[in-house]
Design a binder for this molecule. Structure first.
Ligand SMILES: [Ca+2]
Ligand SMILES: [Ca+2]
Length: 407
């Protein structure tokens, strides 16, 4: 077991740049009863649905937007998660909380773990899935994390330490969750390939609801003296960025790649916002006066629970995420204005970016990508003493994002 605290972490607070959303918004459900708690993968949206007088699991195929009822048991099936063609949820058909799954291709339901929470209260087991790996919190007097492998059928218990372990999330071979302990709350990460445990948060913080996508972990940090904030942490570089949207709620932030979604009340009602770490651009996804909440994100798709029609429905946003060289030029200009980059260096950077832009215009994306490599080398060359590390990291990650959109 290995603990790694944030002592070596470079802590950057960036001021986001605002943008208007340019994607399309689609209602996934229009039924007058309650639909909520959606999740999304590349091909499917899933949610829990009360149209039959009790909670059932439904799915929609995103290529056709056709709806499908996955459960019909008269007791409750709630809070589904989806990855690929597998849907998992917390199921109360036995009274206590169990974990069930459904294969959307084979149209087959299956048991995963029975009676994981034996409680008189109906408590969500917070089941999560990524590929072969399913995780949830179970209860035996204290809450602890269990992991199930779909391919082998094996179920294991993760190191539980002192206190209660809640709200696991999975990405590939990594599981993150929060541990609540009277002396040391924390976000923990377990690597299933190396069997190593890390604590990602320093002592004295109260982190809630972590999420993970690849190398990137986000969580909420609560404080008794002000608004909560969101932490974005890279497990490979140990670099941490925090930002504090105005009137942030305690609903979980969610991450996919470099993009984070959350809800806040800055305009007096709950709306969905998106921030992209690679561009440092914040986008307001919903601008409706009803409440939009519980967002999830996968690639360029965001889903959430929306009350704009007078009852709760599921909505989907799909972005085009078109990045252009002018985004980097604008960023260089901004840093020059802020005094972060000297004017002469800024002009040299703009010249390199214009060369790459000319190559794109002539239909030579590979040449443009090589010219952007030269731009990155130039920026890295100024990293010693001339430009702050956070500025270098911002420009390099933004340029790499543009390069990946050229390919
Ligand atoms: Ca049901
Ligand atoms: Ca509805």
């Amino acid at each position: 077991m290995r603990y790694r605290y944030l002592l070596s972490v470079f802590f950057a607070v960036l001021i986001p740049i605002s943008a208007y959303s340019e994607g399309i918004l689609v209602p996934v459900t229009t039924d007058p009863n309650t639909q909520g708690a959606p999740d999304v993968s590349e091909d499917y949206v899933v949610w829990h649905d009360r149209r039959n007088g009790n909670w059932d699991i439904y799915s929609a195929d995103l290529s056709t937007l056709t709806e499908k009822q996955l459960t019909s048991n008269s007791l409750n099936q709630t809070r589904p998660a989806v990855s690929g063609n597998t849907v998992v949820w917390t199921d109360f058909r036995r009274g206590s909380a169990s974990i069930y799954g459904y294969d959307l291709h084979e149209e087959r339901e299956f048991e995963i773990a029975l009676d994981v929470i034996n409680s008189v209260l109906e408590i969500d087991a917070s089941v999560a899935i990524s590929g072969d790996v399913i995780a949830w919190h179970a209860y035996d007097g204290q809450y602890f994390i269990q992991v199930h492998f779909l391919s082998s059928g094996e179920t294991i218990t993760l190191p539980r330490g002192d206190g209660n372990n809640f709200h696991p999330r999975v990405s590939g071979h990594r599981v993150v969750w929060e541990r609540q302990n009277s002396s040391n709350d924390g976000v923990f990460l377990f690597d299933l390939t190396t069997d190593t445990l890390e604590q990602l948060t320093a002592q004295g913080h109260s982190p809630w609801h972590p999420d993970i996508s690849g190398d990137n972990v986000v969580w909420l940090n609560l404080t008794t003296f002000g608004d909560p904030w969101i932490v974005f942490y890279n497990v490979t570089t140990n670099l941490s960025t925090s930002f504090t949207p105005a009137h942030l709620t305690t609903q979980p932030p969610r991450v996919s790649g470099s993009q984070v979604v959350w809800v806040d009340r800055r305009y007096d009602n709950i709306d969905i916002f998106l921030w992209d770490k690679s561009t440092n651009i914040e986008t307001q996804i919903t601008q409706n006066t009803a409440s939009q909440q519980l967002p999830k994100i996968s690639g360029n798709k965001i889903v959430w629970q929306d009350s704009r029609e007078g009852n709760e429905d599921i909505f989907l946003y799909s972005s085009s995420s078109a990045l252009s060289l002018s985004t980097i030029v604008d960023r260089v200009v901004l840093y020059v204005e802020q005094g972060e980059i000297r004017r002469g260096n800024g002009e040299a950077m703009k010249a390199k970016l214009l060369q790459a832009g000319a190559s794109v215009a002539r239909g030579h994306p590979q040449v443009a990508s090589n010219q952007l490599d030269a731009f990155i080398n130039y920026v890295n060359g100024l990293a010693i003493r001339q430009i702050a590390p956070a500025v270098v990291e911002d420009l390099v990650s933004l340029t790499q994002a543009v390069q990946s959109s050229l390919n």
